[in-house]
Design a protein around this ligand. Structure first.
Ligand SMILES: Cc1cc2nc3c(=O)[nH]c(=O)nc-3n(C[C@H](O)[C@H](O)[C@H](O)COP(=O)(O)OP(=O)(O)OC[C@H]3O[C@@H](n4cnc5c(N)ncnc54)[C@H](O)[C@@H]3O)c2cc1C
Length: 380
């Protein structure tokens, strides 16, 4: 049996479900189907560090995150999810241990002012007051924005899923797409479960796994997977109020509403799709964290985990129509939790507006041909 859809979204992570919800709001008569090869939150969203910030050095990212954080603030109401998503806006503290990083903070700060992002530059002493467990030795300064923070990726995804279903979006789990075939002006989508779907438009939200399906229609985009690992501690009374990023130590540490501390520490590993946690990660990550936040030493780690993030040449999202008409793509290049509200809106417009969508265009696939890459000055 072949089912039909006006829009088929492949991938039920935050990008896929946000796009589905926004599209159903905009086009209530469209038949929207979302499929996912796994179960709820089985992709990057279920392996996520839960943090969100507007403090970027590229206006494009500032705008995406500013809009998204404003949406997260109202998510309970907008998505009719009264329980809320455990949003914790205790700010985000970026740490600079060298002059050039701090100079970049200063430049970012000018951009933040222009975009009404309430960030401020801090001295090492002010950073220490904000986070008493911080080692301020060798610190040059910090950048802080009180509107940044974290929320539960699981609650966010559940809110989206329920809201999309209420708008008659059909979400089918455990349905793996193996191949896309063009058939006249439509696509035949071949699933492993032999429940094929004929769709007028496809939106690919499979993040780092996108190349597998793109290649079935002869499209080659520079997207790879990059393993990342995280750890979570036992719950503790508030000890690191803001999310802390150290560019020297390559980590983000974030205490969530329940009191657990989540940390993602970058470690050199080859690109690929390995979602396992490595045996050396715990000792490596603990050393990096305790060098910067020695006051966390007494807290027990519960477990580590592995995940994969999508990587593009400039580590920016890919949004928009591909070279094949009616085949669209939204790939996160990391930060897919914090940008998903805005990306959903943009893609819901891009799917129906003729011509290039002004907000999606800079993130379009053309940049890999023209070389107009849009790298973010500071990332971990
Ligand atoms: C350790 C770690 C920490 C992170 N920390 C943060 C953070 O603090 N803040 C932040 O914003 N981002 C963070 N990220 C990144 C974030 O999780 C991703 O950017 C986000 O999940 C991308 O959303 P998505 O919907 O595009 O993809 P996903 O959440 O990965 O969902 C994609 C879905 O597509 C499905 N799929 C794939 N192939 C197929 C197929 N062939 N057929 C059917 N379904 C398919 C998968 O099963 C999956 O459910 C982190 C990621 C990791 C790994």
């Amino acid at each position: 049996m072949t089912q039909t859809a006006d829009i088929l979204i492949i991938g039920a992570g935050p990008y896929g479900l946000s796009c589905a919800w926004w599209t159903a709001l905009r086009e209530p008569k469209a038949k929207i189907v979302v499929v996912d090869e796994g179960d709820f939150a089985c992709g990057g969203i279920g392996r996520n560090a839960s943090s969100m910030r507007m403090q970027w050095g590229l206006e494009l990212n500032i705008k995406l995150c500013k809009e998204s954080i404003a949406f997260f603030e109202e998510a309970g109401k907008r998505l009719d999810y009264p329980r809320g998503i455990d949003l914790r806006q205790q700010g985000y503290l970026l740490l600079a241990h060298d002059e050039s990083t701090f100079a970049q903070f200063k430049a970012n700060h000018e951009l933040h002012k222009k975009n009404d992002v309430p960030s401020k530059l801090l001295t090492p002493e002010e950073c220490g007051k904000l986070v008493p467990v911080l080692n301020t030795e060798g610190l040059v300064g910090g950048s802080f924005c009180h509107k940044d923070g974290n929320a539960s990726p699981f609650l966010w995804l559940d809110a989206l899923l329920q809201a999309a279903r209420r708008l008659n979006v059909e979400v089918r789990m455990n349905t793996r797409v193996d191949r896309l075939i063009t058939q006249g002006d439509r696509f035949l989508v071949v699933t492993r479960e032999q429940q094929d779907i004929s769709a007028a438009k496809i939106l690919l939200c499979t993040d780092w796994a996108a190349p597998q399906l793109l290649q079935t229609v002869g499209i080659d985009l520079p997207i790879t997977g990059m393993p990342k690992q995280g750890l979570v501690t036992e719950a503790w009374p508030e000890i690191v109020a803001p999310v802390v990023i150290s560019f020297k130590h390559d980590f983000a540490v974030s205490q969530v509403l329940r009191g657990n501390i989540l940390a993602v520490v970058a470690q050199d590993r080859p690109d690929g799709d390995d979602t396992r946690s490595t045996p050396d990660y715990l000792s490596f990550a603990s050393r990096q964290i305790l060098d910067c936040l020695p006051g966390l030493a007494a807290i027990k780690v519960l477990r580590t985990w592995g995940g994969v993030i999508s990587k593009t040449p400039d580590m920016q999202a890919i949004l928009g129509e591909t070279e094949l008409e009616n085949l669209y793509i939204a790939v996160s290049a990391y930060k897919g939790f914090m940008t998903s509200p805005a990306v959903g809106r943009i893609m819901s417009e891009a799917l129906f507006d003729s011509g290039a969508h002004p907000e999606a265009a800079p993130f379009g696939t053309e940049r890999f041909k023209t070389g107009n890459l849009i790298p973010e000055p500071l990332t971990v």
